[in-house]
Design a protein around this ligand. Sequence first.
Ligand code: FMN
Length: 390
Amino acid sequence: MFRFETAGESHGQCLVATLTGLPAGVPVSVAAINRELWRRQQGFGRGGRMKIETDEVGIVSGVRHSRTIGAPIALLIRNKDWQNWTDALPVEDSDGAELKAKPVTRPRPGHADLAGAIKFNFHDARYILERSSARETTARVAAGAIAKAFLGEFGIQVLSHVVAVGAVRLGRSASWEELIALSHRPEVLLSCVDAQVEQEMKAVVEGIYRTGDTVGGVFEVVARGAPPGLGSHATWDSRLDGRLAQAVVSIQAVKGVEIGAAAENAASFGSTVQDTIHYDPGERRFTRGSNRAGGIEGGISNGEDIVVRGLLKPISTLRRPLESVDLVTHEPSLAAYERSDVCVVPAAAVVGEAMVALVLAQSMMEKFGGDSLTETRRNYDGYLQQVKDF
Ligand SMILES: Cc1cc2nc3c(=O)[nH]c(=O)nc-3n(C[C@H](O)[C@H](O)[C@H](O)COP(=O)(O)O)c2cc1C
């Protein structure tokens, strides 16, 4: 069974991801994983943390001679900032350790601080924010890079771009070539394919930075090359759209998910929304007049691009803090501030790619199985032939 898990805290020793259920023989490149980690750290509007960390993955199991061996894969990314937190967050307790702690008693509205502190019964939200922090997404992106390598063996690619920052929107769709070019950029600003709109987005981030505020936005992930037939209409929890929605909304600060043109579709009529069906006898395949469904019908991929959007709220650590209440004294107080990002939409887009890749890899393994890549490919090729002969 394909599954992945992450562990690690924002200022702990390292982040860890384990990935189980991929066949043996998938090529894995450390440089390719590090490139994804680099992409996650970029974007205009990130806080000082990203200047401290240059993430690098260590693969400690499951990969030998640059290929998976069918064993669980364990990935490790060290936190360079840990050296500044060894006294505040020691693994073992000692006399006087509490004097070196860095308690957070003024919960930030919108963050996990208060709900988590109540739930885990801490009158200090430090441990809550350590784990709820999106630093955790570093581990997701590392695991996602391996899922991408697996998908790449079947010609499936997952890319993304930023559609909106605050009220500034890209008012058109992006071409696949634009998304490829974006993924190769040596510098990342706001990951918008339109240079003019990207400058407008930058101006929004500059504006909110000056005022001590934060801003959210929307990213879009596109997966090209997925075969028809991933996911299933048969049970609620095997629907591909449901799984993608869960995966994308699980990203910190993502509060909404859109599959295809869902919001626009909801305001339109059926005759203009559904993607008409055609057949290309030369290619021996069904084609569509449009892709407003985002490549999924009945919870099953239909062979078109899979398009998923994530809607991010503005992040909740504000330099101009909001009203809160002290967890210990119950007195009104302003929320805590700790070095923070002001806009994370481009980084979230990279995390979105990873989550979509992980769900697609899971669906591929569910449908085609196999303990070696050769076996998975044989099953896959047989199915593609069946689809061609349909
Ligand atoms: C890439 C990324 C970076 C983030 N950086 C910060 C940050 O620096 N400060 C902050 O308050 N929230 C940040 N967030 C959002 C919080 O992690 C998130 O709001 C918090 O965990 C509460 O979860 P929720 O917003 O999903 O309810 C970030 C999110 C992402 C995706």
